[in-house]
Design a protein around this ligand. Structure first.
Ligand SMILES: NC(=O)c1ccc[n+]([C@@H]2O[C@H](COP(=O)([O-])OP(=O)(O)OC[C@H]3O[C@@H](n4cnc5c(N)ncnc54)[C@H](OP(=O)(O)O)[C@@H]3O)[C@@H](O)[C@H]2O)c1
Length: 320
């Protein structure tokens, strides 16, 4: 099978496409013929080993898994003797943020990992694109404890995380104000955003409204700059650590701080977020934003595009 391989942490150009044996499966694994996978910001971390903290999970000095890739959709082509939930021919999708070797034509997936049957009405590309950004969006919003009618400002409405967050918030009947560049303003209104700020024209931190929460889904701002946007007990949450790791530190100090607070969720259980995502897909309440798609042979180019910070939603690797 063809797979994208590297034996040391490296930039995208260090990845090579190699011919490798199809993986053999253990008793609790299924073998999946991959139909689509994505290149996400998580994949960039797994490829490069940066930020360095990621190496605690992916291998300290070199990557534990030579093949990159964290998500997949595809068809079960074999199953281990202990596997009862899946049959050969089932269409499945799944994700593991510490690496799952899915940038390959076949992948062996333990059924203890987050894997589910693919909702019938979505494509393989949509299934693969429904996982990484949506998983983080789920955990960041879960920490906010929001109710219908609460208001949230989402900075970065066209990111994989930010765009999933918008759809989850609208499903919870929140009031949503979101930022994006000019070309996507109409797109966000069509998704139900109540007010869209074109960040190329206007500084969102000067917006004249106070929110129950500000979710900086692209981690480009700070608690200090967003404080004036928060109601007296409003919460700031960011997908990034912030300068000098200030977001987790401020979150640790939150119990000692009266009023406005920072939260920094640790998104651990992918099984839980994936159940939620699957439920919303089934209800027609979540459709991932998809940008470009590439063939596996062009994976380095795809990684370079994702690292540019300009992708809109999700970038697909397809297997024709
Ligand atoms: N904490 C965690 O566990 C975790 C996990 C995964 C990712 N992350 C981090 O979360 C962040 C978001 O990830 P992602 O995959 O959602 O990002 P992404 O899809 O790569 O975000 C890119 C998008 O953000 C938009 N954008 C960039 N700068 C902006 C700005 N100043 N204002 C508004 N929109 C802006 C871009 O639009 P334009 O091209 O129009 O500018 C583009 O559509 C990344 O920094 C990533 O490293 C954290």
């Amino acid at each position: 099978m063809k797979a994208a391989v590297r034996y040391n942490y490296c930039p995208p150009d260090g990845l090579t496409i190699r011919e490798l044996p199809i993986p053999s499966i253990r008793s609790n694994e299924v073998l999946v013929k991959v139909k689509a996978t994505t290149i996400s910001r998580t994949d960039c971390g797994v490829l490069t080993g940066k930020p360095y903290a990621i190496r605690l999970f992916t291998g300290l000095f070199k990557p534990a898994l030579p093949i990159t890739g964290t998500d997949f959709s595809g068809v079960v082509v074999a199953r281990g003797e202990q596997v009862e939930q899946y049959q050969v021919g089932d269409l499945v999708y799944g994700f593991f943020d510490q690496g799952l070797s899915t940038h390959a034509e076949y992948v062996a997936v333990p059924i203890t990992k987050a894997i589910l049957k693919k909702p019938e009405h979505i494509t393989f590309e949509q299934a693969a694109a429904s996982l990484e950004g949506a998983h983080y969006a789920y955990y960041f919003l879960d920490k906010l404890k929001l109710y219908a009618g609460d208001s949230v400002l989402v900075n970065g409405g066209t990111g994989a995380i930010g765009n999933a967050a918008i759809q989850f918030l609208k499903h919870k009947q929140a009031r949503v104000v979101a930022t994006c560049e000019t070309a996507f303003v109409d797109y966000l209104y069509k998704q139900g955003v109540d007010y869209v700020i074109d960040y190329t024209q206007e500084d969102f931190t000067q917006f004249d409204e106070q929110f129950d929460a500000v979710f900086d889904a692209v981690g480009k701002s700070s608690f200090g700059k967003c404080k004036r946007l928060l109601k007296p007990i409003g919460v700031y949450v960011s997908s990034e650590l912030g300068p000098n790791w200030q977001n987790p530190l401020l979150a640790l100090a939150a119990p000692l701080m009266p009023g406005k607070k920072v939260r920094f969720p640790l998104p651990f259980s992918i099984n839980k977020s994936m159940q939620y995502i699957n439920e919303l897909i089934e209800k027609g309440a979540f459709t991932p934003l998809i940008d470009r798609n590439y063939l596996l042979d062009d994976i380095s180019e795809a990684f370079n595009y994702v690292m540019s910070g300009k992708k809109k939603g999700n970038v697909i690797i397809r297997f024709d």
